[in-house]
Ligand binder design. Structure first.
Ligand code: ADE
Ligand code: ZN
Length: 321
């Protein structure tokens, strides 16, 4: 019997499935630039992070009302629960919606409505993390975050995502200091495409409690030693790394090397609608292509519970299986 999973690195907008894109476009009278589902699906071929982000942001135009955000979040919970996820901490990008004219309360109300009932409806505890779009102006991140706080949205943390290279964590020291002073958890995408230096900055300048991706940490032995010593969790997303060409294939993925180095690694799906599957699909592909064993899967499952921000009581319940 394997332990339940916590999924800790999931962009809710990245769970927007092609069928949902067409359904929401229809109900919101949004004109899509795709002939049909096959035409849309034919575009899911990426050469790097930016080539994916272009489509990811374009498809968000169908999300307009709190109902859309609630439906999107509930659809993820249903699929994640079927994948064995008992606890989910997921990102959303407030700027990506506010900047195209969707009022922030529409976004927050929809997401938080689904979060509030996730245990009852899906048996899955959950928490939402506002993520800063790091390639947009820094002052905008600060303004939108202030608005999230003013609206007293019950988020659990602040994250940092989007185009990494050229947008170091150091740009965002002030807004992360503010988040910490508000009692929020903080984490940052670092070392996905960017250098190990960005991981050092996330730890030292932002106070990151977890690193999202972090695969390039392996290039810096001193950094690995620090991450091992401080038990900093790394939320690794194997299929995403292959689809975005950060890694050649799952057979070449550094996941096992990271485990063997003693890093607190977890497996996550990142943007499952775009990268060929949810967290269960990631595990199946890792078993088939990397030879991931049942024991390694169990370690990864237990790591995910340990690395989560669930209460100690909830963690103990999940670790009992
Ligand atoms: N936003 C959605 N998916 C992302 C990823 N893999 N890296 C950075 N930002 C993202
Ligand atoms: Zn991500």
């Amino acid at each position: 019997m394997s332990s339940p999973l916590a999924e800790l690195h999931l962009h809710i907008e990245g769970s927007l499935e092609p069928e949902m894109i067409f359904e929401m476009a229809e109900r919101n009278s949004v004109q899509l630039p795709y002939r049909d589902l096959d035409d849309l699906r034919s575009r899911y071929k990426f050469t790097d992070l930016q080539s994916f982000l272009d489509l990811y942001y374009a498809n968000m135009q169908v999300l307009r009302t709190s109902q859309d955000f609630a439906d999107l979040t509930r659809a993820y919970f249903a699929r994640a629960s079927a994948a064995g996820v008992a606890h989910a901490e997921f990102f959303f990008n407030p700027q990506a919606h506010v900047n195209r004219g969707v009022a922030l309360p529409e976004v927050l109300d929809g997401i938080m409505d689904a979060v509030a009932s996730s245990e009852r409806e899906f048996g899955l505890s959950s928490g939402a993390i506002a993520a800063i779009v790091r390639d947009l102006p820094v002052h905008e991140a600060e303004e939108v975050f202030s608005e999230v706080i003013r609206l007293q949205a019950p988020i659990i943390g602040l994250g940092l995502d989007s185009a990494e290279v050229g947008y170091p964590p150091s740009l965002f020291e002030d807004v992360f200091a503010r988040a910490r002073s508000e009692g929020l958890h903080v984490m940052a995408h670092a070392g996905e495409e960017g250098p190990p230096e960005y991981i050092w900055q996330a730890l030292d300048l932002l106070g990151a409690e977890r690193i999202d991706h972090g695969i390039r940490a392996l290039e810096d032995p001193d950094l690995v030693a620090r991450l091992v010593d401080e038990e900093v969790p790394l939320t690794v997303c194997p299929s995403s790394n292959v689809r975005l060409c950060a890694v050649d294939s799952l057979a070449d993925h550094p996941l096992r090397t990271m485990l063997e180095a003693g890093l607190l690694v977890t497996v996550n799906s990142d943007d499952p609608a775009y990268f060929g599957g949810y967290v269960d699909d990631n595990f199946i592909q890792l078993r088939d292509q990397l030879g991931l064993t049942d024991d390694e899967r169990e370690t990864l499952a237990r790591n995910s519970i340990k690395a989560s921000f669930a209460s100690d009581a909830r963690k103990a319940e999940l670790l009992r299986g």
